[in-house]
Write a protein that binds this ligand. Structure first.
Ligand SMILES: NC(=O)c1ccc[n+]([C@@H]2O[C@H](COP(=O)([O-])OP(=O)(O)OC[C@H]3O[C@@H](n4cnc5c(N)ncnc54)[C@H](OP(=O)(O)O)[C@@H]3O)[C@@H](O)[C@H]2O)c1
Length: 380
């Protein structure tokens, strides 16, 4: 029996006013058990409204603090309770803020529910043999401070033998880094002396591709949307770096082309230009179409499609998840070491607290981000 302190628990009274209104309330003091934790706020990043253009923080997705969780007593039912450590904000998430009747390769988010995405979380309690308390797991997880998982096959345990920051596991060593690595290995067929054109070249994927191309001795034309980003792609080794908002992509490609490889992160008009300035037997690696992610209705129609035939261009669209298994051994042999030895450069834009997630999604959607957008949700 412990006296004195009144703890707030569900269905209990917690204020002096409540106690006065309910004369027997003081009896609750006598059953205080210091091992019973109070429920705490469990903040979430939720989908509130379908955007027709750019997502507006607070309107289309928002930080929500209406839920609580009792970390000691929440039922696990054979699952595991985790605390989210870092979350990745990626451009594809904008495509999931849609009406679920619109079919796509990814499942639409549910209105009123948390978004999900790649992250690292720490296991707090487990009733599942796959994990023990203190393990760190990687995979697609809800944008929630704490959550109970039931299916360990959706996650992998991260040992972090190289003692890298957790942010790296959702950035250069996570899905975006894997995308650059597998897309390049599978489809570039790069030869020394060739020319590659890379769009959103300062981003998480693009900046990795620039470095892969330079290692193989290619001439790199790198396009990005701000002078800072241009300076960064130069640092990475790009031979021709330009801001497509100030300089004509057509004029750059006319002057610096023809191109043998096009790494496409934007689609639309730029893809049309790349077709016009492509060499015979060029390889197009179709990774993303950021120029259309915020557009409702009909998107840009390509005019130069016939070049696929006349120039015998190969078109290679891909989703990282399908290809990664084939290249994962090579990736894990090479990439962690390059990061540790600081031979692979990467830039991160880390903000603290789940409350910064709606703005992070906005930034990655309109290009205000410089570097991989990561939310540091909690300390270890
Ligand atoms: N196929 C796959 O499996 C796969 C996997 C991961 C990512 N991706 C795709 O790869 C691309 C790059 O992803 P990331 O994670 O590295 O993101 P990121 O490049 O770090 O961020 C997105 C960038 O897109 C650019 N952008 C935004 N709106 C644009 C618009 N209207 N027109 C042109 N560019 C716009 C901005 O760069 P600028 O300021 O330079 O314009 C922005 O910084 C995205 O298209 C993404 O969907 C594909």
């Amino acid at each position: 029996m412990s006296g004195g302190v009144f703890r707030h628990r569900p269905n209990c009274l917690s204020t002096e006013k409540d106690i006065k209104a309910f004369p027997h309330a003081r009896e609750f003091h006598t059953i205080f058990d210091p091992t019973i934790m109070s429920p705490i706020t469990n903040a979430r990043h939720v989908f509130k409204e379908i955007p027709q253009a750019l997502p507006v923080p607070g309107k289309h997705t928002a930080h929500d603090t209406s839920k609580t969780i009792d970390l000691e007593n929440v039922a696990l039912r054979g699952g595991f309770l985790v605390k989210t450590i870092v979350l990745s904000i990626d451009p594809y998430m904008r495509l999931k803020l849609r009406d679920p009747s619109i079919k796509s390769y990814s499942v639409a988010y549910t209105l009123g529910e948390p978004l999900d995405g790649h992250g690292i979380a720490k296991v707090l309690r487990s009733e599942n043999a796959a994990y023990k308390e203190g393990d760190y797991i990687y995979g697609i997880m809800p944008h929630e401070q704490y959550w109970v998982g039931t299916d360990p096959s959706q996650f992998s345990v991260v040992k972090n033998d190289l003692n890298l920051p957790w942010s790296v596991y959702v950035g250069v060593m996570g899905m975006p880094g894997q995308t650059a690595y597998v897309g390049w290995r599978e489809f570039s067929h790069a030869k020394k002396g060739e020319t590659v054109f890379i769009t959103t070249a300062a981003g998480a994927v693009g900046s990795f591709v620039v470095q892969l191309a330079k290692v193989q001795g290619l001439k790199v034309i790198a396009s990005s949307g701000s002078d800072d980003k241009v300076a960064y792609t130069r640092e990475l080794g790009a031979d021709v770096a330009f801001n497509y908002k100030n300089e004509s992509t057509r004029e750059v490609l006319e002057r610096e082309g023809p191109i043998d490889i096009y790494w496409d992160n934007v689609g639309g008009e730029v893809l049309d230009l790349a077709l016009e300035f492509a060499n015979v037997h060029a390889r197009f690696i179709e990774c993303g179409m950021a120029s259309s992610y915020n557009e409702a209705g009909e998107t840009y129609r390509l005019k130069n499609l016939f070049h696929f035939i006349s120039k015998q261009i190969s078109l290679n669209g891909f989703i990282v998840y399908d290809l990664f298994g084939k290249h994962s051994d090579a990736f894990y042999d090479e990439v962690p070491r390059l990061i540790k030895e600081r031979k692979l450069k990467y830039q991160e834009c880390v903000t603290r607290g789940l409350e910064s997630a709606p703005q992070g999604l906005r930034d990655v959607s309109d290009g205000s981000n410089t570097g991989k957008v990561i939310i540091a949700v909690a300390d270890e």
